[in-house]
Design a protein around this ligand. Structure first.
Ligand SMILES: NC(=O)c1ccc[n+]([C@@H]2O[C@H](COP(=O)([O-])OP(=O)(O)OC[C@H]3O[C@@H](n4cnc5c(N)ncnc54)[C@H](OP(=O)(O)O)[C@@H]3O)[C@@H](O)[C@H]2O)c1
Length: 279
């Protein structure tokens, strides 16, 4: 089997499916993998990993949601002859301190950065698409987003920029070896400002309200989110209020040679596609 395949984990997710589409368009042989993806891959079932890794040159790695499996996966990738790893991680991972947030991504970073393979880490701010493809979508459709975030702003990153960056790194072997890129949007805005823009562009009434981390955790659990996951998401907001994610970075410009896409562009695109109106 030829050794030019790119294995994309999390291939049905927000970044993975965009990475897959871009690689296909470039003519790069790609293996889209996840539990429900074209190539079966389950973090909780290591017996299937070797088949996914056979004949693979590079891996786009979306971390498992628990700290355990990444080191074993990276060791198996090395043994299978993989040469390069591009890991998606979270912005300012060095500054999360003892917040308890991101142990999954920190464990994956440790495994990737400690490996003998050529590696690159992409650390992104919260995605702009969290407002229409993730946890913040349903509350917005219902008319109110309530989060434990107040005046500390965030330069949300467009997932399209994350995918562009990942694909550029995958297409340029050697150039990004051992680099950690912090990927932010071009301007930090508060959640209240973000919701204001979404409400304006979509023509729908939406409000933003600041609540306590404890109230947020309770709301998530009431909405059916697993209790551990709810605590983890709340811990992220507590960490964010200290400010480590609030500044802009030049990571996207450094890799792509152009500025990141602004939040306004995302909002217009998503509103026109009916993201918040159920069209
Ligand atoms: N959201 C943000 O703002 C943000 C910002 C920075 C970093 N991150 C990090 O980005 C990662 C998530 O990436 P994403 O947003 O592109 O993905 P996503 O939209 O959250 O989708 C998750 C992907 O992982 C797959 N998956 C879930 N459980 C799995 C399992 N047990 N085994 C194998 N695959 C599994 C899912 O597909 P199947 O269901 O088919 O398995 C799906 O393709 C997380 O590590 C998160 O911490 C997120």
């Amino acid at each position: 089997m030829s050794n030019d395949n790119t294995l994309v984990l999390g291939a049905t997710g927000k970044t993975g499916r965009r990475v897959v589409a871009r690689l296909r368009l470039r003519g790069t042989p790609v293996r889209p993998a996840s539990r429900s993806g074209q190539v079966p891959f389950d973090w909780s079932d290591p017996s299937g990993w070797d088949a996914a890794l056979t004949g693979v040159d590079a891996v786009y790695l979306v971390a498992p949601q628990v700290p355990g499996p990444a080191p074993d996966f990276v060791a198996r990738a090395e043994a299978a002859g993989v040469r390069r790893l591009v890991l998606l991680s979270g912005r300012a991972a060095d500054d999360w301190g003892d917040s308890g947030f991101g142990l999954d991504m920190l464990s994956a970073e440790e495994a990737v950065r400690g490996s003998a393979l050529e590696w690159t880490v992409l650390r992104s701010n919260n995605f702009q698409q969290n407002f229409d493809e993730e946890l913040w979508h349903a509350p917005l459709v219902a008319g109110e987003l309530a989060l434990p975030a107040d005046a500390v702003p965030e330069p949300f990153t467009d997932v399209e920029d994350v995918a562009d960056t990942a694909v550029r790194v995958l297409a340029e072997p050697g150039k990004h070896a051992g680099r950690i890129y912090e990927l932010s949007g071009p301007r930090a805005i508060t959640f209240a400002e973000a919701v204001g823009m979404i409400s304006s562009a979509s023509g729908l009434p939406m409000t933003y309200r600041t609540i306590s981390p404890a109230e947020y955790t309770r709301n998530l659990v009431d909405d059916g989110v697993d209790e551990d996951v709810a605590h983890h998401v709340s811990a992220m907001f507590v960490m964010m209020e200290r400010g480590p994610l609030a500044t802009t970075t030049d990571g996207i410009d450094t890799v792509l040679g152009r500025p990141p896409r602004p939040f306004e562009e995302y909002v217009v695109r998503a509103a026109a596609a009916g993201a918040w109106s159920g069209r």
